[in-house]
Design a protein around this ligand. Sequence first.
Ligand code: PLP
Length: 284
Amino acid sequence: SRVYLNGRFLPLAEACVPVLDRGFLFGDGIYEVIPAYGGHLFRLTAHLDRLDASLAAVRIGNPHDRATWRALLQELVATAGPGDHSVYLQVTRGADVKRDHAFPAADVKPTVFAMTHPLRAPEPARLETGASARLMADTRWARCDIKAITLLPNVLLRQAALDAGDDEAILVRDGAVLEGSASSLFIVADGMLSTPPKGPALLPGVTRDLVLELAQRHGLPWAERAISETDLRRADEIWLTSSTREVMAVTRLDGQPVGDGRPGPVWRRMAEWYQDCKAALRAG
Ligand code: PLP
């Protein structure tokens, strides 16, 4: 399969970026991850909206218009072959002539890179077991709403969770639980689905918005509200969501069972609504 780099489709081994690229030197860039089911990009408009927002926040001019993005991502997915894929795309501020924190001259073009990976939906057995999570202090910066490639804290937090024998870190800041190291967070308490409100402290998840849309459509009560550590520990259900891991129930938190230690009934309904959405996309 081929990757996309600066206007060309080429084999991965031939895709090279200069060492002075600001993505390499400073992590000066942003990214997106978009699932494609049976050749159809899922929630593409929402991902391109977030791409616009991330680029604007870091003051990188969008190198492509909407139609160009759609065409190139569609072509990339088509060349990846049948089946499901996730598309990774990243835009950096480009390669300067020297290392300097200040923005480069206006004629330096952003570097645009995109690739696909085969995407396997979580195994049914895995979904039934659920994930284990661990609360950790949020060591990230103050603009977690930007999907920046600068992911060192997320990498360290995820690895710390794995080293502790858990699947994901749930991040706490000033007593509020915000999201996972690479996922959005939901709780169910007294039949009410809740997720923290958008703001600079967390990434506006595309899957998060879809889950709220599905709750609305199916009459499940939901709210965007601050969630405390105590709320989390008392919740009947905890879910983590992302484009590649979909809606995953957390069945253990800090080594303790969540609810009865199995994915809950509200999760089961949401997981089904989510699969219906994917099926509708495949059906065209
Ligand atoms: N929060 C963080 C920090 C993430 O990195 C991600 C995705 O990787 C998410 C939330 C979920 O976002 P989405 O549903 O758009 O994949």
